[in-house]
Ligand binder design. Structure first.
Ligand code: TZP
Ligand code: MG
Length: 217
């Protein structure tokens, strides 16, 4: 499936450092109910076998709703399960290598932490980038917050779908949008909310409202 990333605004991550594998299918359903456009499975420290099995279970759900499922780190899982994409970091496989290992048409996303890395990811052929962490976050410790100052420039200079990430919550989403973000990834802000679907809907509404304002300019 070649999902149109340009229409995707809210990206959710089923992150096994916040929830158990047993909870993951329920979480994925709540994400879809809340209107999340793109879902990633991230399981740092979990085995490829365990992640592949969970990815298959999640894909049975996401594919019913045409929501792309992206696997973090492990391109080989894309050979075992029909996920739509693979996400790599700066210290992981390169974009081309991830495509080659995946062995078929896939969305390849790349984490970037500076404007220079964002430009390099475009040159490297990524389909989208994550840009952050904007704020310090326990989900990705040991990474310095990059703040909001570069968001406008990265949108001007990088011609890819850009998902701002890192410490984004409903409460700070308006300032992230005001700084120029149009697409965001929210991890703990969704996984730790009392009502994930309602939180996702509210975030989508804020992102859509900003889109509407921009299209009228
Ligand atoms: N990459 C940059 S920040 C981050 C990742 C995976 C974590 C985002 O998680 P949260 O909980 O939304 O801050
Ligand atoms: Mg990685």
């Amino acid at each position: 499936m070649a999902a149109d990333l340009k229409d995707c605004r809210l990206y959710g991550i089923v992150d096994l450092s916040y929830i158990t594998a047993a909870e993951a299918p329920r979480i994925a359903r709540a994400m879809i109910e809340g209107g999340i456009d793109l879902i990633q499975l991230r399981g740092k420290g979990h085995s490829v076998e365990e992640l592949a099995s969970l990815a298959a279970e999640l894909h049975a759900i996401t594919s019913q709703h045409a929501t792309p499922l992206i696997i973090n780190d492990h391109a080989e899982i894309a050979r075992m399960v029909n996920v739509e994409g693979v996400h790599v970091g700066q210290d992981d496989l390169g974009v081309e290598e991830a495509r080659r290992i995946g062995g078929r048409s896939l969305l390849i996303g790349k984490s970037t932490h500076t404007l220079g890395q964002a430009k390099a990811a475009e040159t490297e052929g990524a389909d989208y980038i994550g840009f952050g962490p904007l704020f310090a976050t326990p989900t990705k410790p040991n990474y310095a917050a990059i703040g909001l100052a570069d968001i406008a420039q990265v949108h001007r200079e990088v011609n890819l779908p850009i998902f701002c990430i890192g410490g984004i919550k409903l409460t700070n989403l308006p300032e992230v949008i005001a700084a120029g973000a149009r697409k965001v990834v929210i991890v703990s802000g969704l996984l730790q909310s009392k009502d994930l679907a309602a939180t996702a809907r509210a975030a989508k509404q804020l992102l859509s409202a900003s889109d509407n304002r921009n299209s009228k300019i």
